[in-house]
Design a protein around this ligand. Structure first.
Ligand SMILES: C[S@@+](CC[C@H](N)C(=O)[O-])C[C@H]1O[C@@H](n2cnc3c(N)ncnc32)[C@H](O)[C@@H]1O
Length: 422
């Protein structure tokens, strides 16, 4: 058997023996796992310029759906918003699909279809056109990720888009040292999986403080993800990581256009670099060069999440220019957000060991509390005027834009146009 076929077999058997991530279907009774990419308001904002008709059928493919996180979120979002259509869970691991199926049953979701097979065969087993494709944590495990992305992008509707997660090179420093050591200590052809997992755990514990994994300090999946987490992180037979420029080339090579990385501020030196002289020197560079700088500057991006559309799709992300625009919060209610938001001053955004101060305007708390995803800027202004009659739209807008700048940078607020009410 060729090396690549052997690795294909090993990847498949890993996800059959250790469905990942580890999930208990009973938990669906008490919580919905949310995140990026793939929640509907965010997809509407980044892929459809906030102009998607949410009463029209929406068809989404989750390629390599695993134990079902993205499928649950998409199908539940669609059900809650009354959006017709279906979510297809495509995966080559039957046991992972079985868990996702149970989760869907517990939730009572009836808008999911399951297809077992490889995403490389998508044109035969789950042909498009898809409005949206989610592919998280999958393409970096293929022998030829370029072929995988190209196969998916060919199944997109002309105005459709894709949300992807792949590993980040710098943030995973230490992981590949572990994988290399374990190829010596716990080879895939000489040991039972359970012994290999045990060896990986022992090695992680035995490492001195000088080892890259410990010096990194941000790698924790092996501590919280059970045996599937240990296997996925340290014993994977095939995984690779990407830098920003590699992603840019990869996406362009598949005939696609990168819309944004999530969260945007992590890829923007303006939020990260405080030295004005350094910032000035970065100013002339294009967005990808600046994003590439940002990822090396912080060094903490273990993964890259991004949205892309077809190259010939010139959709632009909606701005706050029109008073008809409706702002909404991502994965948070207006009341929850208002609770956390100060009335002016700074908020501190913490992510993977990095802390960034961001200024918010005096009306921040009130404004965030009014962003319920149904109320337009004009209506929010009218509500503000009930308390501040002297505040005209232009003055309100300056404060709203200052808030939006922060909330959009941290991917907590998205926009849509009206008449999209599902
Ligand atoms: C790391 S898990 C990620 C699961 C899910 N996307 C998530 O984010 O939770 C990778 C999944 O991709 C699936 N997979 C890997 N290669 C695949 C392929 N060529 N076709 C379909 N599924 C694949 C595996 O079976 C596994 O369930």
């Amino acid at each position: 058997m060729s090396d690549s076929k052997t690795r294909d077999r090993l990847v498949r058997s890993q996800y059959e023996s250790y469905p990942y991530p580890k999930r208990d279907p009973a938990d669906e009774r008490t919580r919905l796992i949310t995140g990026s990419p793939s929640n509907i308001p965010e997809v509407n904002h980044y892929v459809f310029g906030g102009r998607r008709d949410l009463t029209a059928p929406f068809n989404a493919l989750v390629a390599g759906g695993g134990t079902g996180d993205a499928v649950m979120m998409l199908a539940q979002n669609m059900t809650d918003l009354g959006i017709p259509g279906e979510v297809v869970h495509l995966d080559m691991s039957g046991p992972s699909q079985a868990i996702a199926k149970e989760r869907a049953e517990v939730r009572g979701l009836s808008n999911i279809r399951f297809v077992e097979g490889s995403l490389l065969d998508v044109s035969d087993i789950a042909p498009g056109p898809w409005d949206y494709i989610d592919c998280c944590g999958v393409l970096h495990h293929l022998e030829d990720p370029d072929a995988g992305l190209a196969a998916l992008s060919r199944q997109l509707a002309p105005n459709g888009g894709i949300g992807i997660m792949v590993y980040g090179t710098y943030g995973r420093t230490g992981v590949y040292h572990m994988q290399d050591m374990l190829r010596t200590l716990a080879p895939s052809d000489g040991m039972e999986d359970s012994d290999r997992v045990d060896t990986a755990k022992r090695l992680a514990k035995a490492l001195p403080t000088t080892a890259w994994l410990n010096r990194n300090g941000l790698i924790r999946d092996h501590l919280h993800g059970g045996d599937p987490g240990v296997y996925d992180l340290f014993l994977h037979s095939r995984d690779r990581a990407y830098t920003v420029p590699q992603i840019a080339d990869w996406v362009a090579g598949a005939g696609m256009r990168l819309v944004t990385f999530i969260e945007p501020f992590l890829y923007d030196p303006n939020w990260l670099v405080r030295d004005p002289r350094l910032l000035k020197r970065l100013e002339p560079f294009d967005a990808i060069t600046r994003a590439a700088f940002a990822e090396q500057f912080t060094g903490n991006l273990k993964k890259h999440v991004f949205y892309a559309v077809r190259q010939d799709n010139d959709v632009s992300v909606l701005t706050t220019d029109s008073p008809d625009v409706i702002p909404g919060l991502v994965n948070q209610s207006a009341a929850e957000a208002a609770e956390l938001m100060p009335s002016g001053g700074q908020i501190v955004v913490s992510t993977e060991g990095l802390k960034v101060d961001m200024p918010v305007p005096p009306l921040a708390r009130m404004l965030v509390g009014l962003c319920d995803g149904k109320t337009s800027l004009a209506e929010i202004h009218a509500r503000v005027q009930e308390k501040r009659p002297e505040m005209d739209y232009a003055t309100f807008k300056v404060q709203f834009d200052a808030l939006y700048k922060v909330m959009s940078a941290i991917n907590r607020m998205v926009l849509r146009m009206p008449a999209n009410d599902g």
